[in-house]
Design a protein around this ligand. Structure first.
Ligand code: UDP
Ligand code: MG
Length: 316
């Protein structure tokens, strides 16, 4: 029965604090799809917004029948909100996009066409790289070296075939990194370049801190290089210790011991910091393991809309 109800396409939109622009986004996106005669549903996930995003969604839901929505109990973050949306989605393809219209809705028909005619399972929106600060550039480069995922160009604007969605949802991990996971799964992928439009309303929810946390997740879930680096660093330190130790002993035996505390203090500071850094890196991995073994649910749903349809699918 579900199969006969499933629309060609689900649009999954995570939203946190998008009250101002959301209505416009819903209308723009649905306008494009309706014009092209594409059957679709729109899955809106309110990621614990503190403004009136949920009211906007509820209103839109009474106005339009294509909307299904869920409100998470608190802000769980975009990654989790996207997962909640994917779980709710029923379409044969699923398009994930932002609520701020930075992902051009006009590309959706093209994405669907690529899936249909080109047989692609994933169509990936790739950002034309925008100018960004030196620190960010450095950070993106380092991250892509470590993980093989280019965070700067990769975006969450993607079309996924139903089987990719199912494969993604079946992943047992709690710590999720959508872009990385889809790239890692390596289904047949087409890329579609786009230039992100300026944010129309509100402001970005991504601080540098959020971005750093995302990078940490991507690194710890895709690479154990930092752990190997610790070993390498240890070896370097042993070699240095042998050389310096030999020299010190030689000096001692030949009667002119190293004088002054400067060397001692410097060595203490350097080794101390390196040990703490190494422990920190190990700690990051340990924390991820701890998160994983707890097996907690990733999110809780406060309420879903529309109420009646949820229990009783409409008869067609
Ligand atoms: N978002 C979310 N939870 C968060 C942060 C953001 O659901 O904790 C949503 C936000 O509402 C938007 C999308 O994720 O639909 C992208 O956010 P934003 O536009 O702030 O990020 P950017 O465009 O800078 O990547
Ligand atoms: Mg945005």
């Amino acid at each position: 029965m579900a199969a006969t109800l499933s629309p060609a396409c689900s649009i999954v939109i995570p939203a946190h604090g998008e009250a101002v622009g959301l209505r416009h986004a819903i209308e723009t996106i649905s306008g494009v799809l309706t014009q092209q005669g594409i059957s679709f549903e729109m899955v809106l996930i309110d990621d614990g917004s503190t403004d009136s995003t949920w009211e906007v969604i509820a209103q839109a839901c009474t106005d339009y029948s294509f909307i299904r929505a869920a409100r998470l109990t608190r802000r769980f973050g975009k990654e989790v909100a996207m997962r909640a949306g994917l779980q709710m989605s029923r379409g044969r393809s699923v398009v994930v996009m932002d609520a701020d219209l930075q992902h051009p809705p006009a590309l959706i028909p093209e994405m669907l066409r690529l899936r249909e005619t080109g047989g692609f399972d994933v169509v990936e929106g790739v950002k034309h790289s925008q100018g960004s600060g030196l620190l960010r550039r450095l950070f993106f480069t380092l991250n892509s070296k470590l993980t093989g995922v280019n965070l700067r160009e990769a975006s969450d604007f993607k079309l996924l075939d139903r089987r990719v969605v199912d494969a993604y949802l079946a992943l047992p991990e709690r710590n999720l990194f959508f872009r990385g996971m889809i790239a890692w799964a390596s289904y047949k992928t087409a890329t579609l370049p786009f230039t992100p439009d300026e944010r129309q309303h509100g402001k970005t929810q991504w601080s540098f801190r959020n971005l750093a946390r995302l990078a940490l997740t991507s690194i710890t879930s895709f690479s154990s290089i930092p752990l190997h680096l610790i070993t390498t660093l240890g070896i370097v330190f042993i070699i240095a210790a042998l050389l310096l130790g030999g020299q010190t002993l030689y000096n001692k035996l030949s009667g002119n011991a190293v004088s002054g505390f400067t060397t001692v203090i410097l060595l203490l500071l350097i080794t101390g910091s390196v040990i703490m850094l190494a422990l920190g890196i190990i700690g990051e991995y340990l924390a991820r393991i701890y998160e994983e073994v707890k097996r907690r649910p990733q999110f809780f749903i406060q309420e879903t809309l529309p109420k009646d349809k949820e229990q009783e699918p409409p008869s067609l």
